[in-house]
Write a protein that binds this ligand. Structure first.
Ligand code: ATP
Length: 625
């Protein structure tokens, strides 16, 4: 049943595409051929832009490399179509790899500008080189001819392209819902959180950039055969804009949108060519670009989710569904069961008492501000250690350096004996240390379950190809089961399928904790995990952290709730103005005059706070198990 539901849209599209050339006039089928060719390229761009959030203004450059390679191999070297095709795809991918390695270190607008530059460079190169036919390009590319058929009419070529387009959409969809697709989406939502869960964002970006170029190269090769001529126009800016418009109009993040976007853009293209000269007499050249620009601006302002947003809204309205399915209140948050133990057993902590985290002489200066001065800190296996201090004391800075989010000015960080000073967060996560964030860093484009799934990245293997070809079903099923276990253990099961943005601030914080736990870390760094939680939720979290400690794992906790810290921590470090002013067990910290003066205070209210912390400690000593 599920398989049928997955296959149904493909079957429907296959039927529509098969019938279309029989009922439409030849001139329309001819436009349809371009729609199918451009859809293939747009699927690649959709993966790059919609999933990985990388804007490319030079997608046509790879399209042109595919087209030129195919044209040259077929016309000059008499290569067979099918022999030339993989070379065309591979050369487009090779160019993407070579330019992607330096370019993908750029972000946002800079990357868009760099890809724009790439498009211009490729246009100039193919125009100036004699080998590529100069301004007139390469002529005489034959129509494909195999299996006793010549694909020389729009209808024949349309039918030839149909399975290729269906396959491209299927591969894109498969990838989107795979381990790599989830990681890409996560990088797009919060790069820092994805990296702290072990995602190597740079490698992933390069991979998807290269893959997107492969789709463009394939489309370019088919374009060359259909047009019979390839000229520098194949790499120029207007074509890159058309690809961009297809993806945005269809809906960023949806692969089906590549097809609907291509249909719309080609229809617009035809319409604008006829309409604009009537509105602006004498307008000539690429007049349709005026209309494209206008449509792009309107879509971004009015329906940023493109056609997919309109379609999803319509489907929901017809079915009478709400955007947030709400929590299934019949499910009560489970007590900490075997699921948590199973999860924690996956971590491989060092022997009890040995150092999991060792920080030495850590200093961080931001210009004139010294946020952290020569901090020494150690967390041993099976310990909960707290880092406390007034606002601006340097706690988050310490977290950021330990987890590789920023490098220190001086000092070193070792995790399980390995030097990770200045390493990227994904390298730190690979050693078993992950974190939550003071300012929420959830993956907002997905559900609660989707957030936690990303945390299994390091515990799973399926790569880009395996995901795209659907060779990951066993692993995916196992991951889904394990994530269900994590959600049950953390009391979030009833929210599993809700969009994360529909949850309260406190609930989102709990998802961050669940997500960090799902990695089965040896060291869990929690930045103010109690903020926004109700009393019951705080108790649940405390219980969970004790269970983590019992499993021999370690926790480093930044928390303003002094009572909770006193009740939970084995040892406490106190920072004030970037300087470590005390370290010891809760009792000694509570009695430390320097700590009382700097943080706990000596006022009546604060005395009460300290007393309440003491009461909590006594209470927890007895009721802990
Ligand atoms: P809080 O409890 O309010 O979160 P904190 O103990 O986590 O505070 P940090 O956020 O580490 O403190 O900040 C320590 C000091 O460093 C503060 O004086 C802060 O203003 C400064 N600081 C932090 N980040 C930066 C930055 N990116 N640039 C300049 N100064 C910074």
């Amino acid at each position: 049943m599920r398989l049928l539901r997955t296959l149904l849209p493909y079957l429907l599209l296959a039927v529509v595409l098969a019938v279309f050339p029989l009922v439409a006039p030849v001139s329309v089928v001819n436009v349809g051929v371009y729609v199918l060719i451009f859809t293939i390229a747009a699927v690649g761009l959709s993966l790059l832009m919609g999933l990985a959030g990388q804007v490319s203004l030079g997608h046509a450059a790879f399209f042109a490399v595919g087209a030129y390679t195919q044209a040259i191999l077929v016309t000059r070297y008499d290569w067979n179509l099918f022999l030339a095709l993989p070379v065309a795809i591979l050369l487009a991918m090779l160019l993407a790899l070579v330019v992607g390695l330096p370019m993908l270190r750029l972000r946002g607008h800079f990357l868009a500008l760099a890809t724009l530059g790439l498009g211009i460079i490729v246009t100039i190169v193919v125009r100036e080189l004699e080998f590529t036919g100069g301004t007139s390009g390469i002529y005489g590319i034959p129509k494909p001819d195999f299996g006793g058929r010549v694909y020389n009419t729009p209808a024949e070529y349309f039918w030839l392209l149909t399975p290729v387009v269906l396959l491209a959409i299927a591969l894109g969809n498969k990838l989107k819902n795979s381990r790599i697709g989830r990681a890409l989406g996560a990088v797009n939502d919060s790069e820092v959180a994805a990296e702290c869960l072990g995602v190597d964002t740079f490698r992933l970006r390069v991979k998807v950039f290269v893959l997107a170029a492969g789709f463009a190269g394939l489309a370019g090769a088919f374009y060359a055969h259909w047009l019979a001529v390839v000229s520098p126009e194949a790499s120029n800016f207007p074509l890159s804009v058309s690809f961009l418009l297809m993806v945005v109009l269809g809906g960023l993040g949806t692969i089906w949108g590549a097809f609907t976007g291509a249909v719309l853009v080609e229809a617009l293209d035809e319409g604008m060519r006829a309409l604009i000269p009537q509105i602006i007499p004498g307008a000539s050249g690429e007049v349709q670009l005026l209309g494209f620009g206008l449509v792009l601006v309107l879509v971004v302002i009015l329906v940023p989710g493109g056609l997919a947003q309109l379609w999803n809204g319509l489907v929901r309205r017809v079915r009478g569904e709400r955007e947030d399915p709400g929590a299934d209140e019949s499910e009560t948050p489970a007590a900490l069961g075997a699921e948590l133990d199973d999860l924690l057993a996956q971590a491989s902590p060092p022997p009890a008492g040995s150092a999991v985290l060792s920080v030495q002489g850590l200093t961080k200066r931001y210009g004139g501000v010294t946020a952290l001065k020569a901090l020494d800190l150690e967390v041993r296996a099976g310990e909960i250690v707290a880092l406390i201090g007034p606002n601006g004391a340097g706690k988050t800075t310490a977290f950021n350096i330990i987890t590789g989010v920023m490098p220190p000015t001086e000092g070193s960080v070792h995790i399980s004996g390995q030097d990770v000073t200045g390493k990227r967060p994904n390298a730190v996560a690979a050693l078993g240390a992950t974190r939550t964030f003071q300012n929420l860093q959830t993956f907002t484009s997905t559900t609660v379950r989707g957030n936690v799934m990303v945390a299994r990245h390091l515990r799973t293997k399926a790569g880009l190809l395996a995901g795209m070809l659907g060779l990951d079903t066993g692993e995916e099923r196992r991951t889904a089961r394990e994530v269900d276990g994590v959600l049950t253990a953390t009391g979030l099961q009833q929210h599993a399928d809700r969009p994360i943005t529909a949850l309260s601030f406190g609930q989102q914080r709990q998802v961050e904790v669940a997500r960090a736990l799902a990695l089965a870390p040896t060291l869990l760094l929690l930045d103010e995990p109690m903020a926004g939680l109700s009393g019951a939720e705080r108790d649940h979290l405390s219980l969970m952290l004790r269970r983590v400690r019992e499993a021999g794992l370690s926790v480093l906790l930044v928390e303003h709730d002094v009572a909770a810290v006193m009740a939970l921590a084995d040892r406490i470090y106190v920072l004030d103005d970037g300087v470590l002013i005390a370290e010891g067990d809760p009792a000694s910290i509570r009695a430390n005059p320097a700590v009382i003066a700097a943080y706990l205070g000596t006022g009546e209210d604060d005395d009460q706070l300290v007393r309440s912390a003491a009461v909590q400690v006594e209470h927890s000593d007895g009721g802990d198990q």
